[in-house]
Every structure is written in structure tokens, then in C-alpha cells.
Write a protein that binds this ligand. Structure first.
Ligand code: KDG
Ligand code: MG
Length: 403
């Protein structure tokens, strides 16, 4: 019995908001879990503090599966981003504790390394194709084997995914949501020339990715996928909203460009049909938003049966605790595909010192017991919560459109 004696939520904003759960045990071992839900952070903080933590005290930290079931089945209200992020934080923290108790890095408890490291993709962007290619060349020089390309759309004032800062990119940047304008026609014209220029400048030995951010209908996505086929993209991401999983059948009928989706998914039920019918190639669900390592393992195992590989979300709103969990997980599973790596700022990394590292296009979680991430609470306290939102998106006639 490894008794849970305390648990606390720490909210900090070293450049952006993070919600972290810290669980303490009787023998002094502690574990960290990420509970950050971009733009809705305090809802998860309250869910944990007011509703979950009281149920944890006195339980055996070793009983990870039982605690997961208790919080999921026992809650009556299943699924949803707030619930599943809260459960994820508990789950991550308990795996962290188990690793520390065993004196082993988490990936060893998950079956050991299945590869030398996790291939990651970096974010190249720019307001013009030239700027984006320039940025992509920079990533290639740093050893990246895979690069996401997002470029400004001619005729639109701003484009989501294209940052002001070339190197660090923080989309949740306003006290109230800013509003941007979208034109599908202008966008669809802009992507094939970007990929054509990228292949000419970067060659064929680097994987190229693109994120649509849910802004196309299935038939438009089918057309974009087909237009990109000559440039052999690694994937086209979030081509259309996926509440209706059957939508992806239409995209599949029209293109062989590999499809990735799922950064907003919370449970295996969000992707059951997508996986079963092999409508996607990469599932982007994450440790933090899909119920922790315990649940993501189930999703990945199910995906493996259907030739779907993982491509976990790894934007800056996933804290270094999540990044570490993703790397331990990715290193160990058989059907790892790729991991997103958007890089945290030095300010964030100082609050969350960590054992993971990047070299030669791959990341490794390191050999520290558990997750290998600490939280400097004194430094965290110097960065109080600051409300921040992602932008919203309207069509040029003012219609509110897909995120
Ligand atoms: O919270 C939302 C961001 O993480 C998201 O917009 C980033 O789409 C994204 C990505 O692929 O990283
Ligand atoms: Mg995305």
C-alpha cells in the first residue's frame, strides 16, 4: 500500500497557462500530472480540487487502473474534455509515482523501448511561402526529419498557425478571443504551391505535414488531399471536424494522402469508427486530453489492430509533464508514428525542469525514474494565472465558422 496523503493543483503561467496536479504519498514520493485545457484551465482545476482530490486521499497510489475506473465509471458523467483531462492528470501522476517507486523511467514499466527515440515534427511557418520555406530550412539544418508547413493565405489578414514569432508560437494570446476571417477558396489555392516550393527547396528526404484546423468540408478536404498527392505529404491533419466520424469516408474516397485527426478527442469512443473502418492513418489523441496513459494505451492498442499509428498532439498548451508522458508512451508502443514538438519557451522549461531531450530529429524521455519532470513551485508562484483564449474564426460574410 502506497497511501495517497495529499494532492494539490498548481496553476502557473510562465508565458502561458498550465494546470498541474501534484500527488503526495505517505512515504514521501510525489507525482505530477498535466491537467491543462487551453482556454478552459480553471474548469479542470476546480474539477480536480473540488471533486476529485477528496476522493483520492487514503487510496493506494499503486492501484492505477482501479482509480481510473473509479473516476470514470464511478462519476456517472463520463467523457468530455474537463472530466478526461482531470482523470488524465491523476493517471499521469500515479504512473510518475509508480516509476519513482520502482526506480525506473516510465517507458520501462510500459514494456521498454521499442525504438531509439521518437521522431518529432517541428513547426515551420511564415506569412509568405518564401518565409515558410526559409523557416523549414532552419528546421532541416537542426536535424528535424519531419516539418509541418503553415503559410499565410494571400488575401487574408492573418492565418491561424502562422505566428508573429518565427521560433516560438503561442496561439492562446488574448484576454478575450480575437476574431479572424477565413476564406476556403483562397486557402485551397494557397496550399499546393507551398508544398511544391517546399519539395523544390527541401528535397524528398524530409517528411512534410500540414494542419487544416478543421476548416474544410469533407469534399473540399478530398480535393486538397488529392492536390497534395504529388508532393507526398506525411499527413493532412484535422481536415474536417470529426464529431461525425463517417465524414471521413468521403475524404478517403477521394485521396490517398494520409489523414491524421484527434487532438480534441477525449476517449476511444471519439475515434472508434475512424479506427475500425481505417478512415485515418494517425490518431492524435493525447495523454492529457484523452484520460491519461491508461486510456491512451487502450486507444493505441485498438489502433494497432487497424494499421493506425499514433501522432500525438504536442503544442505548447501541453505542458512539459505531458510531453514527457507522450515520449515515454511513444518510445514503448509498437505503433508509434510521430510526435508533435512545438517547443516550450525557456521560461516554461525553467518552471518544469525535465529529463527529455532532442537530438538528430528524435526525442528521448531520458532515464530519470517516473516521468522525469519536476515543478519548481517557487518559480511557478511568480507567474500567476492570466486569462487567455484562442482566436475564433468567421467567414468573410461574418458567419461564425469552424475553429
Ligand atoms: O489548443 C489548441 C492548440 O494546441 C492547437 O491549435 C494546435 O492545432 C494545433 C496543433 O496541431 O498543434
Ligand atoms: Mg492541429
Amino acid at each position: 500500500m502506497l497511501e495517497i496523503t495529499g494532492a494539490r493543483v498548481i496553476v502557473t503561467s510562465p508565458g502561458r497557462n498550465f494546470v498541474t496536479l501534484k500527488i503526495e504519498t505517505k512515504d514521501g514520493l510525489t507525482g505530477l500530472g498535466d491537467a491543462t485545457l487551453n482556454g478552459r484551465e480553471l474548469a479542470v482545476a476546480s474539477y480536480l480540487t473540488d471533486h476529485v482530490i477528496p476522493c483520492l486521499i487514503g487510496r493506494d497510489a499503486h492501484r492505477i487502473e482501479d482509480i481510473w475506473q473509479y473516476l470514470y465509471r464511478g462519476a456517472y458523467w463520463r467523457r468530455g474534455p474537463v472530466t478526461m483531462s482531470a482523470i488524465a492528470a491523476v493517471d499521469m501522476a500515479l504512473w510518475d509515482i509508480k516509476g519513482k517507486a520502482a526506480g525506473l523511467p516510465l517507458y520501462q514499466l510500459l514494456g521498454g523501448a521499442s525504438r531509439e527515440g521518437c521522431m518529432v515534427y517541428g513547426h515551420a511557418n511564415g506569412t509568405t511561402i518564401e518565409e515558410t520555406i526559409d523557416n523549414a530550412l532552419h528546421y532541416k539544418e537542426q536535424g528535424y526529419r519531419a516539418i509541418r508547413l503553415q503559410s499565410g493565405v494571400p488575401g487574408l489578414a492573418s492565418t491561424y498557425g502562422v505566428s508573429r514569432d518565427r521560433y516560438f508560437y503561442e496561439p492562446a494570446d488574448a484576454d478575450l478571443p480575437t476574431e479572424t476571417l477565413w476564406s476556403t477558396e483562397k486557402y485551397l489555392r494557397s496550399v499546393p504551391p507551398l508544398f511544391e516550393a517546399a519539395r523544390a527547396a527541401l528535397g524528398w528526404d524530409v517528411h512534410l505535414l500540414h494542419d487544416v484546423h478543421h476548416r474544410l468540408t469533407p469534399i473540399e478536404a478530398g480535393r486538397l488531399g488529392r492536390d497534395l498527392e504529388p508532393y507526398r505529404p506525411f499527413w493532412m491533419e484535422d481536415a474536417t471536424p470529426a464529431e461525425n466520424q463517417a465524414n471521413f469516408r468521403l475524404i478517403r474516397q477521394h485521396t490517398t494522402t494520409p489523414l491524421a485527426v484527434g487532438e480534441v478527442f477525449n476517449s476511444v469512443w471519439d475515434c472508434k469508427q475512424l479506427i475500425e473502418e481505417q478512415l485515418i492513418d494517425y490518431i492524435r489523441a493525447t495523454v492529457v486530453h484523452a484520460g491519461g496513459i491508461t486510456h491512451l494505451r487502450r486507444i493505441a492498442s485498438f489502433a494497432d489492430l487497424h494499421n493506425v499509428r499514433t501522432g500525438c498532439h504536442g503544442a505548447t498548451d501541453l505542458s512539459p509533464v505531458s510531453m514527457a508522458a507522450a515520449l515515454h508512451f511513444g518510445l514503448s508502443i509498437p505503433n508509434f508514428g510521430i510526435q508533435e514538438y512545438m517547443r516550450h519557451t525557456g521560461k516554461t522549461d525553467a518552471v518544469f525542469p525535465h529529463a527529455y531531450s532532442f537530438a538528430d530529429g528524435l526525442m528521448h524521455p531520458g532515464e530519470a525514474p517516473g516521468l522525469g519532470v519536476e515543478l519548481d513551485e517557487a518559480l511557478a508562484a511568480e507567474h500567476p494565472y492570466k486569462r487567455a483564449y484562442l482566436p475564433v474564426n468567421r467567414l468573410e460574410d461574418g458567419t461564425l465558422y469552424n475553429w
